[in-house]
Design a protein around this ligand. Sequence first.
Ligand code: ARG
Length: 595
Amino acid sequence: SDKKNMVSIMTGLSQLFGQAIQSAYPDLVDPPTTVVPSTQRFGDYQCNSAMGLVKMLKDKGVKANPREIAQNIANNVSENPLIEKVDVAGPGFINVYLTKAYVIDEINNLLSMGVRPPYVGARKRVLVDMSSPNIAKVMHVGHYVLRSTIIGDAICRLCEFVGHDVLKLNHLGDWGIEIGMLITNFQDEFPNYLSISPLIQDLTTFIQESKQRFDNEEEFKARAYASVVKLQSYDPDCVKAWTLICDVSRNELRNIYKRLDIKNLVDRGESYYQPIMPKVVEILDKSGLTKVEDGRKICWVPGHSVPLTIVKSDGGFTYDTSDMAALHQRLFKEKADWLLYVVNQSQNEHLETCYDAAAAAGWCDRKTTRIEHVGFGVVLGEDKKRFKTVYGDPVLVVDFLDEGIRRSEARLREEGRDKVLNEEEFNAAKEAVAYGCIKYADLSHNRVHDYVFSFDKMLDSKGNTAVYLQYAYMRIQSIARAANVKPEDIEAAIGKVQLSLDHPKEWKLAKCLLRFPDIVLRNMDDFLMHILCEYLYELCGCFTEFWDACYVVEKDKTTGNVVKVNMDRLLLCTATARIMEAGFRILGIRTVAKM
Ligand code: ARG
């Protein structure tokens, strides 16, 4: 295999088993060849293809039970450096045992070359539509923006890790009727806005006020509608008001993104696509996809029960139009290979309709261009209801982040960390824990479902939480320091000091480390980041077992002085830290040297 990449053991084994099945049963077309990691008692990996082959073979007139099939496959596995032996168990499982030499070799590669991505094929241009708040909506936690930002960023980091070319787009809602509401209220509140460029002091209050007026004042409502039409034809006064409002909103957003380490997010709201919307409507017309019904121009898409509204009866464009324009721009101008939309689950029907419309118009083939809605549920409070304050108000994202910092600080003080760390270290730890816990809470739950957020649970250093992982990482990092082994000593030992992996816990930890590339490959497929979280948690567990059972540093019982450093085991610690770092980097969680 190419040294540039980390080896995917699952791919390697499944190729070997593919060949074995091929030679055992040459007539079968596309037999299942998946090989999965197994628990210790049943070898290191397991191939369960035999069960699935019973029916395939029966259709070919071959009668055999799964156990016989499994044995036949096992007999046909060719000599190779990966597999020590295979045996058949139970009704037809094939247990696979890896060779120690192979695992040692890969751990050495990991140490000498660092953590590298598995091979994923040609470099792809990946566009990720993420975060995307509506300027005219107050940013609440229970809403989607925070989740889209956190999940979207992790997916971008993952795609970047495997070497793809990623463009992160913030599809801001900056062009619809809510904007008209804000503009109108702004013009009323700051009548001389054209000469003095006023600054909205409190955007949240301003938004609430605007909505209030829109809902209660008929005359205001009419002006709001009119101002959207004016804005969309670039009326200079409206554009000025709009720009001033968007600037305030963007400043607040920038602040949040900075706190959460969200980098290179390009602002490209709905407004960005306005100039190409007329052309895109024309293109859809020409493809014969649109028709006029009740004065509106709509687009029925095969397989969908609700049509897209492309042009409203007043001639205005809609959210649907902007998404069709964005799709066109992203496919043709940006030349994206993949389009990922990290958007809340409730927009699934809207997005799928747009994607299928694009395919129906011949803009793309959904079988070859990966256009995907990466959906997610909402954040709930501990009462499993909408996330809110003790007073029953929705929680603002900014307040939520502040609360995270407060809680994390209290937690670290409780543990006396403020006495051990200097101020700079303490602040770094405080932020790493707070934002880490908020991100991890989100990422460690299956994104498809709603999830219940609890600060207490997320700051628990015993469960599957960011703090637990951060502490574990820090402890691993401090082993060498405590034993007076310098980083350069470790560096020098790589490739020189032989790993033995003789202890079962060493062996278990090493095998767990080598599963990382397969976790990455799986995540590139499903973007279910909780799988990576679970893996890191499991890795920490393997490390703890190893640490409890194997001496890395041996100390004199009475003096406490270091008597012996088992360098091979220290290398295993180093390898663990490397994999953990790589995992944290993908999740967007900070590590600190001292905590
Ligand atoms: N701003 C939208 C909303 O608040 C989310 C945008 C998602 N992206 C998209 N291309 N439609 O619901």
